[in-house]
Design a protein around this ligand. Structure first.
Ligand code: ZN
Length: 308
């Protein structure tokens, strides 16, 4: 059974591990993301050597999920919001120096979508939209049984679709993106404005307050959920997807966000199109990026290469 390696590179930590062809994690670990690209590449090399020792056979392939807009033509990160050292870095030769197996790179949310489709709650559908809602909002789209990368590789930046033209300025430079309205920091900002309190809180705190019946907490989720629903309505009318899966840290906060989002999506899409779209939760949790990166690496293999 060929084993593949997955690397999920985040702004603060790197998750990596070995995954089998059923999507089962055979080994995983994480390590802080080093501050420079030189150290990052050295770390990838050392972790690769470590992974090779953890499986009796060889590792057939590797996949990398990287935060940022990845150009599939130039095979470079065009822009990474949380790791600017990656911007325009010539990634493939640097990784090829350290990894003696075929490998593939893509945006972290794209590979997470691929993972949910291959091994998670998206199994068996031919079209899927995946959104991960946390500090930011990322997305990935499967169309016709393929990861839809777009012409340059920049597809599925769902977090930067405008849902509120008069909303706040996003760090991408656009005003009123889904990310500025429904990400974890957006929910916190809404709650603080409604509650009239500036003390630091997390979405988890707000969830507990909503569960206890605090109106400002419920309203903060409802307002974020409404904007999320506007985004979902656009996706439903545009793509007619079989399934939309929502994942990421914010999705652990129960129905307070999802309920209003689904209701708004229903109001803002064709009834027939809405009716044939199943909106639910992603199932791979924090492992979606790692499992997806590994599955994406496996996708690189030709059928003959899978035999061991
Ligand atoms: Zn934006």
């Amino acid at each position: 059974m060929p084993v593949v390696a997955g690397f999920d590179l985040g702004g603060t930590q790197i998750k990596y591990g070995l995954v089998d062809d059923a999507g089962m994690i055979l080994f995983k670990d994480k390590t802080p993301t080093p501050p420079t690209i030189r150290e990052l590449m050295a770390l990838i090399g050392s972790r690769w050597e470590d992974l090779k020792k953890r499986t009796p056979g060889s590792i057939a392939a590797a996949g990398f999920g990287i935060p940022g807009i990845y150009n599939i033509k130039k095979k470079r990160i065009f822009q990474s919001p949380n790791y600017s050292d990656l911007d325009n870095f010539d990634l493939y030769p640097a990784i090829a120096e350290r990894i003696d197996a075929p490998f593939l790179v893509d945006n972290d949310a794209n590979v997470a979508a691929f993972g949910e489709w291959k091994h998670g709650a998206g199994r068996g559908v031919t079209s899927l939209v995946f959104l991960t809602i946390g500090t930011g909002i990322g997305g990935g789209i499967i169309l016709g049984d393929k990861l839809w990368q777009g012409s340059c590789g920049y597809a599925a930046e769902i977090g930067h679709v405008v849902v509120n033209p008069s909303g706040e300025l996003c760090k991408c430079g656009i005003r009123g993106c889904l990310e500025t309205e429904a990400s974890a920091p957006a929910i916190v900002r809404k709650y603080q404005a409604l509650a009239g309190r500036g003390a630091p809180v997390t979405t988890e705190d707000i969830y507990y307050r909503a569960r206890d019946g605090e109106p400002a907490a419920r309203e903060a989720f409802a307002r974020a959920g409404t904007f999320l629903g506007i985004g979902l309505g656009m996706l439903i009318n545009l793509l007619n997807p079989e399934k939309i899966l929502l994942g990421g840290g914010v999705m652990t906060t129960g129905e307070f966000l999802l309920g209003p989002a689904v209701e708004e999506a229903r109001k803002r899409s064709y009834p027939a199109t809405f009716a044939c779209c199943d909106i639910g939760r992603a199932s791979l949790g924090n492992d979606a990026g790692l499992i997806g990166a590994a599955a994406w690496g496996r996708e690189n293999l030709k059928p003959g290469e899978i035999l061991e």
